[in-house]
Design a protein. Structure first.
Length: 102
Protein backbone atom coordinates (compact mmCIF):
# COMPACT_ATOMS: atom_id res chain seq x y z
CA UNK A 1 0.00 0.00 0.00
CA UNK A 2 1.31 3.43 -0.92
CA UNK A 3 0.88 5.87 1.98
CA UNK A 4 2.47 8.83 0.20
CA UNK A 5 0.42 11.88 -0.85
CA UNK A 6 1.33 15.34 -2.07
CA UNK A 7 0.56 18.25 0.23
CA UNK A 8 -2.29 20.22 -1.35
CA UNK A 9 -0.54 23.49 -0.33
CA UNK A 10 3.11 23.09 -1.29
CA UNK A 11 3.04 19.89 -3.39
CA UNK A 12 5.76 18.13 -1.39
CA UNK A 13 5.41 14.39 -0.84
CA UNK A 14 4.10 13.42 2.59
CA UNK A 15 3.82 10.02 4.22
CA UNK A 16 0.42 9.57 5.87
CA UNK A 17 0.80 9.06 9.62
CA UNK A 18 -1.01 5.89 10.71
CA UNK A 19 0.29 5.77 14.29
CA UNK A 20 -2.01 3.64 16.46
CA UNK A 21 -4.26 2.88 13.46
CA UNK A 22 -5.06 6.56 12.78
CA UNK A 23 -6.54 7.22 9.34
CA UNK A 24 -7.67 3.74 8.36
CA UNK A 25 -11.47 4.18 8.65
CA UNK A 26 -13.35 5.12 5.49
CA UNK A 27 -15.80 8.05 5.36
CA UNK A 28 -13.90 10.07 7.96
CA UNK A 29 -11.78 13.18 7.53
CA UNK A 30 -8.31 13.03 9.08
CA UNK A 31 -5.95 15.93 9.68
CA UNK A 32 -2.22 15.95 9.11
CA UNK A 33 0.41 18.66 9.20
CA UNK A 34 2.76 18.96 6.24
CA UNK A 35 6.37 18.43 7.26
CA UNK A 36 7.51 21.04 4.71
CA UNK A 37 5.14 24.03 4.82
CA UNK A 38 3.64 23.14 8.23
CA UNK A 39 0.08 23.72 7.01
CA UNK A 40 -2.63 21.30 8.08
CA UNK A 41 -4.45 19.40 5.36
CA UNK A 42 -7.25 16.83 5.43
CA UNK A 43 -7.16 13.35 3.93
CA UNK A 44 -9.80 10.66 3.42
CA UNK A 45 -9.11 6.93 3.26
CA UNK A 46 -10.43 4.71 0.50
CA UNK A 47 -10.02 0.94 0.68
CA UNK A 48 -9.78 -1.06 -2.56
CA UNK A 49 -10.14 -4.80 -2.95
CA UNK A 50 -8.39 -6.75 -5.69
CA UNK A 51 -9.34 -10.28 -6.63
CA UNK A 52 -7.58 -13.02 -8.55
CA UNK A 53 -9.48 -16.05 -9.82
CA UNK A 54 -8.44 -19.61 -10.62
CA UNK A 55 -10.18 -22.73 -11.75
CA UNK A 56 -11.11 -25.32 -9.11
CA UNK A 57 -12.14 -28.45 -10.96
CA UNK A 58 -12.45 -30.27 -7.64
CA UNK A 59 -15.46 -28.08 -6.82
CA UNK A 60 -17.07 -29.13 -10.10
CA UNK A 61 -16.88 -32.90 -9.88
CA UNK A 62 -13.11 -33.31 -10.34
CA UNK A 63 -10.57 -34.71 -7.92
CA UNK A 64 -8.73 -32.63 -5.31
CA UNK A 65 -5.03 -32.19 -6.07
CA UNK A 66 -3.53 -32.61 -2.58
CA UNK A 67 0.03 -31.72 -1.69
CA UNK A 68 1.65 -31.88 1.72
CA UNK A 69 1.99 -28.66 3.69
CA UNK A 70 5.40 -27.45 4.76
CA UNK A 71 4.99 -28.06 8.48
CA UNK A 72 7.33 -28.54 11.41
CA UNK A 73 7.36 -30.92 13.10
CA UNK A 74 6.49 -33.10 10.15
CA UNK A 75 4.02 -35.22 12.13
CA UNK A 76 1.61 -32.23 12.00
CA UNK A 77 1.69 -32.07 8.20
CA UNK A 78 -1.67 -31.67 6.48
CA UNK A 79 -2.67 -32.34 2.90
CA UNK A 80 -3.92 -29.20 1.09
CA UNK A 81 -5.65 -29.02 -2.28
CA UNK A 82 -3.72 -26.85 -4.73
CA UNK A 83 -6.96 -25.54 -6.25
CA UNK A 84 -9.45 -24.90 -3.42
CA UNK A 85 -7.17 -25.05 -0.32
CA UNK A 86 -9.29 -27.78 1.30
CA UNK A 87 -7.25 -29.56 3.96
CA UNK A 88 -7.33 -33.07 5.35
CA UNK A 89 -5.21 -35.34 7.50
CA UNK A 90 -2.72 -37.42 5.52
CA UNK A 91 -3.49 -41.09 5.19
CA UNK A 92 -1.33 -43.51 7.17
CA UNK A 93 0.70 -44.30 4.03
CA UNK A 94 1.11 -40.60 3.17
CA UNK A 95 2.25 -39.78 6.71
CA UNK A 96 4.76 -42.64 6.71
CA UNK A 97 6.17 -41.33 3.42
CA UNK A 98 6.31 -37.75 4.77
CA UNK A 99 8.07 -38.79 7.98
CA UNK A 100 10.67 -40.69 5.96
CA UNK A 101 11.52 -37.44 4.15
CA UNK A 102 9.28 -37.80 1.12
Amino acid sequence: MNDDVDCPYCGKSQEINHDDGYGYVEDEAYEQECGECEKIFVFHTSINYNYSVNTADCLNGGEHRYRKTNTFPKRYTRMRCLDCSHERQPTANELTHILKGG
